[in-house]
Design a protein around this ligand. Structure first.
Ligand code: NAP
Length: 566
């Protein structure tokens, strides 16, 4: 029986009475950046912990998403841990935006450097987590038939970790090779000489399409909704860029933690990239100049060109029209260019994409765009794809069709709290959390970057560090005060949900049928799941809650006396 490893000199104790494999202070689900950092911090606190992950190695999203062209849209100097000065000084990134292999190598380096692997159990899927009110502990079950007992359970399961295949008639009848960008084969795929179809035009597709097009004999892209994409202007890391970052890392990291997205743009001139004026308050010429400047620099800083692009429709229209003009300028065939122009949602309200030569790829003779708004898919057939315009045969189909985001993975685990309350039922009308960290009736169960926190709207590593640091402080507080359980009050959860919802409705995000809204999964409740208040504001809100004695939480001592928040 596995699960009897040792932690920091604290042997995991078999819980024979309960017939359990092993007992830990904390079980962490997920060995991505969130799970690894959590483990590192818990060790320093002296708690025993075990990480469980279904993958064969660490890295989370960067372990699975190995599709051609996979790359982070946050610059490498910022998409990295800040908790260790030595780590951030000694690691060198080779590009402005690191590719998936390099980020995965970094994740492995972190695992080795901090000796994390001895407490990580791989190829283990967590199937259930049940809270026992008698023992006030969680029992965590896996697909290996093991059970672990833990006082705390930390779900570091990622926001985009359940890949989603489209519901298209006949999908399983196709006889060629199929791939999903989110579950790419580790040995890679050679498309040389093949006729390939890509279904979907989100961030993953926009990165994969130019690379696949270079290799395949022919590529057909099936597009339902066009996307706004900004050139990344990726390039090799230079000493001139890296040097100032490394010599000023502490100050820049501290500043990034206060920003809305947890990202600094344009640090060279110390503006931090925020142009704090409305797009409506400058002349059309000045607006154009600013957009051109941001387009030339590349990356998601484009969306910070003005301070009201996600709140003011008129301002947003100017940015959207600028990008459409760039698409028309780039794509030679006017009909294809027009089909690639998004019109029916504000720019930035579906995740803004960044690319390398995406629109240029449609000028290649071996690439064709099928506009599914004009000729929808009727079925996947044994040979290929049939639209209302007829059937086309393919050697391979790539599904770049996204994820059951933010809730899919948590809802796939049978999580039951107090009185057998099931997370699946509790979230049937949409996720409800307090601070995106915990749910009422699920004591001692935490989420890293859960719904209701900035998570997917931010630099994930900044948000992961903030969540883990906050949690570790909470656990230290509990230990120091003899507190056994922590759990949000139901009314605190309701008010936080209202706050998240109101914040979302103050923006244009709610106007898009996006995965942020749950709109990409049939039957999923529509609500804006992440918290748009901003990374800096949210950090302050979490810190205030802790400073007020964990306001909104019920803390209970071993003798079952509730400890009231001050
Ligand atoms: P996505 O943004 O959800 O895109 C899925 C695509 O598949 C959409 O174009 C969607 O069209 C299409 N689709 C879904 N079902 C379909 C159907 N039945 N028929 C035709 N088309 C269908 O997924 P993703 O591209 O994997 O990206 C998900 C998120 O992962 C991103 O938003 C981003 O947060 C993250 N990501 C980040 C990076 C990066 O850092 N650079 C890279 C990749 C992914 P509709 O829009 O019409 O639904």
């Amino acid at each position: 029986m596995s699960g009897t490893g040792t932690q920091q000199g604290r042997p995991a104790q078999p819980d024979r009475a309960a017939g359990l494999a092993a007992s830990y202070d904390v079980i962490i689900v997920g060995a991505g950046f969130g799970g690894m950092y959590m483990l590192h911090r818990l060790r320093a606190l002296g708690l025993s912990a075990r990480v469980l992950d279904v993958a064969s190695d660490v890295g989370g999203t960067w372990y699975w998403n190995r599709y051609p062209g996979a790359r982070c849209d946050v610059e490498s100097m910022q998409y990295s841990f800040s908790f260790s000065k030595e780590l951030q000084q000694t690691w060198s990134w080779s590009e402005r935006f690191a590719g998936q292999p390099e980020i995965l190598a970094y994740a492995n380096h972190v695992a080795d450097r901090f000796d994390l692997r001895r407490d990580i159990q791989l190829e283990t899927r967590v199937t259930a987590a049940h809270f026992d009110e008698q023992t006030r502990r969680w029992t965590i079950s896996t697909d290996r038939g093991e059970q672990f007992s833990a006082q705390f359970c930390v779900m570091a399961t990622g926001c985009l970790s359940t890949a989603k295949l489209p519901e298209i008639t006949g999908r399983d009848s196709y006889q060629g090779a199929t791939y999903h960008t989110g579950y790419w084969p580790h040995e890679g795929v050679d498309f040389s000489g093949l006729k390939v179809a890509v279904i979907g035009t989100g961030s993953s597709a926009i990165q994969a399409i130019p690379v696949i097009a270079e290799q395949a004999a022919h590529l057909t892209v099936f597009q339902r909704t066009p996307n706004y994409s900004i050139p990344s202007r990726n390039g090799p890391m230079t000493p001139d860029y890296e040097g100032p970052w490394k010599s000023d890392y502490e100050r820049r990291r501290a500043k990034a933690r206060t920003m809305r997205t947890g990202i600094l743009y344009g640090v060279e001139n110390e503006t931090w990239g925020l142009n704090n004026v409305s797009a409506m308050d400058v002349s059309p010429d000045e607006r154009q100049r600013i957009y051109e400047e941001r387009w030339a620099v590349g990356g998601t800083a484009f969306m910070a060109a003005f301070n009201d692009l996600i709140t003011n429709e008129a301002s947003n229209d100017t940015a959207a029209e600028f990008v459409r003009s760039k698409i028309r300028e780039t794509v030679k065939d006017p009909e294809t260019a027009e089909a690639l122009c998004p019109h029916d949602y504000p720019i930035g309200t579906k995740r803004i994409c960044i690319d390398t030569d995406y629109f240029e790829t449609y000028n290649r003779p071996n690439v064709k765009l099928v506009d599914l708004r004009k000729t929808p898919i009727e079925a996947i057939t044994p040979k290929g794809v049939r639209t209302t315009a007829g059937e086309q045969a393919f050697d391979a189909i790539v599904y770049a069709t996204g994820f059951d985001a933010m809730t899919g993975t948590l809802m796939s685990i049978d999580i039951r709290g107090r009185d057998g309350v099931e997370l699946r039922e509790k979230w049937a009308a949409g996720p409800q959390t307090y601070l995106g960290l915990m749910c009422a009736e699920l004591p001692n169960l935490f989420m890293i970057t859960g719904p209701g926190s900035p998570s997917v709207l931010s630099n994930m590593i900044v948000s992961i560090e903030q969540h883990v640091d906050w949690l570790v402080d909470a656990l230290a507080h509990m230990r120091a005060n003899g507190i056994e359980t922590i759990e949000p009050r139901a009314d605190a959860e309701v008010s936080w949900g209202q706050h998240v919802n109101e914040a979302g409705h103050r923006t244009l995000y709610v106007k898009a049928a996006s995965w942020y809204m749950g709109a990409n999964v049939p039957g999923k409740p529509r609500m804006f799941m992440p918290y748009i208040g901003g990374v800096g504001v949210y950090r302050q809100e979490c810190d205030d809650v802790a400073a007020k004695g964990y306001e909104g939480f019920v803390l209970t001592r071993g003798d079952e006396r509730a400890v009231a928040a001050e």
